[in-house]
Design a protein. Structure first.
Length: 417
């Protein structure tokens, strides 16, 4: 029979090395402006992400930073690539996103503004004119009610002339409609382009970039998150992971009637969390990989899978302890591992193949989520065999040795007494 548990010191060395390296990169996140450690998306940090493509080619990131400084903004600029095209990724402070009804071209926006302003002015003049002409008629009618019919008859020609003189105002409508048609035509001509912001700081940034580097022909990403939302998400992330870990520890300890199993299952769970987060911290330092909102879902899934595999091994240990009473615990644990290791590897491999297919052929939006699951599944399978079970065994052996040593230490004191 293969002696798996006898090689547990190698598992301790590997797990300790990976955990220390992961913790170093995780703690490096605390270094201000170090660009090392975990790289958080705007879901956690708050701010605006704008990823655009230029018609005249991709500009240099340093030149884009200079444009940001010119408009009074600070942030990060990077060049990304997707579908064999290059884009400029800009991360800056939270900016209000543009209303989706904004016209694309500045010329069309100007025409739309003029066309909306002209009818308002004409309508105001048209409403003011009748008030001035009708008010004296009402006053005369109240002052001389007896001569009302004569007054109306005498003023009828004047009213007809006023109505005829108002006919030229109809020429305003064709002009306004012509302006509106021009705006629609301008919009249709530029309909292939992206919808760009035109108001506020965001609009100023868009205008400055187009003036410096040419037209923007594609907007690949445009997101904005406020700091209050990001702080709440961070708080919920830590709270969910903490609640899940404590609940799992309590349930495992109660289910197996052994507190040591609950604590060692929690230790393996924390080991898997550090491995996954540490890997993302390393990749964030090297490649700029970011943690997004789906990362919380991935971590909770990893926690559930890790404990599930550990419970399978612990349950077999419990059965074999009852079946083989009097046998050394080391042999029982090793026999249980041999019985379950094939099942653990088979179950994990089926999930690993599926996640690899998603990682290679899935969309880029779910790639960090899939990568976290893949690393977590591998770490969870490993920790259930080489972390949780060895810790459980060594804890029991240490406790048994301590109990065996207590009478030997008390015996001399009894003789001396």
């Amino acid at each position: 029979m293969i002696d798996i548990i006898g090689k547990r010191r190698y598992g301790y060395i590997l797990s300790g090395t990976l955990t220390i390296i992961g913790l170093i990169f995780i703690l490096a996140t605390l270094i201000p402006n170090g660009n090392v450690g975990l790289q958080f998306s705007i879901a956690y940090t708050g701010g605006t992400v704008w990823e655009v493509g230029f018609e005249d080619g991709t500009p240099d990131p340093n030149d884009v930073r200079a444009v940001l400084e010119d408009v009074g903004l600070s942030g990060e600029v990077a060049i990304t690539e997707a579908n064999d095209l290059e884009y400029v990724l800009i991360r800056t402070e939270a900016l209000s996103l543009q209303d989706p009804d904004v016209l694309e071209g500045s010329a069309a926006a100007a025409v739309a503004a003029e066309s909306s302003a002209a009818p308002d002015e004409d309508a105001a003049e048209a409403t003011e004119a009748p008030v001035e002409t009708e008010a004296p008629a009402e006053v005369e009618a109240t002052e001389a009610p007896a001569d009302a019919e004569a007054a109306v008859a005498s003023e009828a020609p004047a009213l007809l002339e006023a109505i005829e003189s108002a006919e030229p105002a109809e020429s305003i409508a064709p002009e306004a409609s012509a302006d509106t048609e021009a705006a629609v035509v301008a919009t249709e001509d530029s309909g292939s382009g992206p919808i760009l912001p035109s108001d506020g700081k965001f609009g100023e940034l868009a205008a400055a970039l187009e003036a410096e580097f040419g037209p923007i022909n594609e907007v690949r990403q445009e997101n904005s998150v406020g700091p209050v939302v990001s702080q709440e998400l961070i708080y919920q992330t830590f709270l969910l992971v903490l609640i899940a870990a404590v609940a799992i520890m309590i349930w495992v300890a109660y289910r197996f009637r052994d507190f040591r199993m609950g604590v060692t299952a929690l230790a393996a769970l924390l080991h898997d969390v550090v491995i996954v987060v540490g890997t993302f911290a390393f990749l964030g330092t090297v490649t700029g990989l970011q943690i997004d909102g789906l990362f919380v879902t991935a971590m909770l899934t990893v926690i559930g899978y890790s404990v599930h595999d550990t419970i399978v091994v612990f349950d077999r240990i419990r059965e074999n302890r009852q079946r083989y009473l009097g046998e050394p615990l080391t042999q029982i644990v090793n026999f249980s591992l041999v019985q379950t290791i094939g099942r653990s590897f088979t179950t994990s491999l089926t999930l690993v193949f599926t996640l690899l297919a998603l990682l290679l052929f899935g969309g880029e939006a779910i790639r960090p989520f899939t990568l976290a699951l893949l690393i977590g599944v591998i770490a969870g399978t490993y920790s259930s065999i080489f972390v949780a079970t060895p810790l459980f065994l060594d804890w029991h052996l240490w406790a048994d040795k301590r109990k065996a040593d207590q009478p030997a230490e008390a015996k001399p004191e009894t003789i001396g007494a």
